[in-house]
Design a protein around this ligand. Structure first.
Ligand code: UD2
Ligand code: MN
Length: 447
């Protein structure tokens, strides 16, 4: 049950070359599933799409079918999603801004629980749970990834716990709601960021360090099409993820930025533009340090043997389990294609046998090692065996410790998947779903 007097919302949707039907699905779902008195307007920002005729098609469609609620704006030049969102926000006149990607489907009662948290406190910034729309079939399914959030033990005890807001150190970036005045007061977005990437961390750090809070609202769910690759690049080929990340690091991360450079030494030579006005913003708002953020908002990062604070020189292996990894409802297990000591070896399915190249050991920090030697690493799209770097990320895995569990990689955000349920078929990394080729059993060894 939600109060009647919730603030109204301007929904800001930016797009560049979005497929027409996909965009129409986004718009119709918002109109169908948002109570009319809460939907102040939808602001659709066309970021100078260059698909012939697309803008016109959309303009005509809106005029014929959605007139009144949807306002279409065309940017003068390609701005990138960050500046396009600022443009959309500046055009908005509702009390709350809700940002959405252009390929989503909002679910039932998606907006009210977010508005309620914002009306409780205007510095609460909130996100829905992001469900999955399959990029091949466009079918909607519940997010399995959400289950992997690191919740404190005991935080899900009674039914009511499942609907409470969950504080989150960062957001994915695409889908969130924020009080409009608060958005303006904390400095919108960094307009020096180009095209795509990094703005989600920038706004997350800024919200926390400057006195707000960021939370996931489990009762609000929005499906998003996760694509296998990004279908566009920057017009001049710039690596905007690196540029934008550098701006985040230099403005918000204090001495912790050195850790970024340690991972990405080549970034020291990348241009990132002028950051004076963002540094001024930070001091004007009197924001806290990044070490305050790490210690108070994401202490798990320090205690988890994770990249920050973890001593990479320690070689002690605390094994917590030894098992074979069997594809559920099959007699096939994950094995290295080559010898267990061959770095870079890919993985395939073999008939389950208790032999060295099917014997996996899991460590306390979530690594899965073959024959207690090389680590299972998510790789680019094919997982492989790599030298253990003890830094988490691509070598940190999560699963449910029960049969038919997905095996999720923390850095990749995807799950182990068999190309097919047959001998010699390769293991790859895919978006986590409940399909049978992504369900694994842990068959204990030595028990
Ligand atoms: C994620 C976010 C996305 C953004 C991005 C990091 C989710 C679900 N998505 O990647 O919102 O935070 O991380 O930057 O959390 N667009 C433009 N102009 C451009 C490029 C993109 O308007 O130059 C639009 C695009 O059509 C889409 C939105 O911006 O509606 C986000 O882009 P995306 O879907 O390619 O990003 P995604 O989901 O891979
Ligand atoms: Mn997207």
């Amino acid at each position: 049950m939600y109060p009647n007097n919730l603030p109204n919302a301007s929904i800001v949707i930016c797009f560049y070359n979005e497929q027409f039907d996909t965009l129409a699905r986004t718009l119709h779902s918002v109109i169908d599933r948002t109570p009319a008195h809460l939907l102040h307007e939808i602001i659709l920002v066309d970021d100078n799409s260059d698909i012939e005729g697309l803008h016109n098609t959309i303009a005509l469609y809106i005029k014929a079918n959605l007139n009144g609620k949807v306002k279409l704006h065309l940017t003068k030049k390609r701005e990138g999603l960050i500046r396009a969102r600022i443009i959309g926000a500046d055009l908005a006149s509702g009390e709350v801004l809700v940002f959405l990607d252009s390929h989503v489907e909002v679910n039932k009662d998606w907006l009210q629980p977010m508005l309620q948290r914002i009306s409780d406190n205007s510095s609460n910034v909130v996100t829905p749970i992001i469900d999955i729309i399959n990029a091949d079939t466009f079918q909607y399914s519940a997010s399995p990834v959400f289950k992997w959030e690191n919740l404190k033990p005991g935080s899900l005890r009674i039914d009511g716990d499942f609907v409470k807001p969950i504080k989150s150190p960062t957001m994915a970036g695409g889908l969130f709601a924020i009080d409009k005045n608060y958005f303006n007061a904390i400095g919108k977005y960094d307009p020096g960021m180009n095209i795509w990437g990094g703005e989600n961390l920038e706004i997350s750090f800024r919200i926390w360090q400057c006195g707000g809070s960021l939370e996931i609202i489990p009762c609000s769910r929005v499906g998003h099409v996760f694509r296998k690759r990004r279908p566009y690049s920057a017009p001049d080929g710039e690596d905007t993820m690196t540029r934008n990340s550098l701006r985040v690091a230099h403005v918000w991360m204090d001495e912790y930025k050195e850790r970024y450079f340690k991972q990405r030494p080549e970034a020291l030579r990348t241009q990132y533009g002028d950051i004076t006005s963002r540094k001024e913003l930070r001091s004007r708002l009197g924001c806290k340090s990044f070490s305050w953020y790490v210690q108070n908002i994401y202490p798990e990062l320090l205690s988890n043997n994770n990249t920050v604070g973890y001593n990479p020189l320690s070689k002690d292996n605390n094994y917590i389990a030894h098992y074979q990894i069997r594809l559920s409802n099959s007699g096939l297990c994950i094995a290295s294609e080559k010898d267990v000591k061959t770095k870079g070896s890919l993985l395939t399915l073999k008939t389950c046998l208790r032999i060295k190249n099917q014997m996996w050991s899991e460590t306390e920090r979530g690594e899965i090692k073959l024959a207690q030697y090389l680590c299972l690493d998510s790789g680019e799209s094919f997982p492989k065996l790599s030298k253990c770097h003890e830094m988490g990320g691509t070598q940190e895995w999560k699963h449910k410790n029960q049969n038919a569990s997905p095996i999720y990689n923390v850095a990749a955000g995807t799950c182990l998947s068999a190309e097919s349920a047959s001998v010699n078929s390769y293991i790859n990394m895919q978006i986590c779903t409940s399909q049978s080729n992504k369900q694994w059993d842990f068959v204990p060894l030595y028990s």
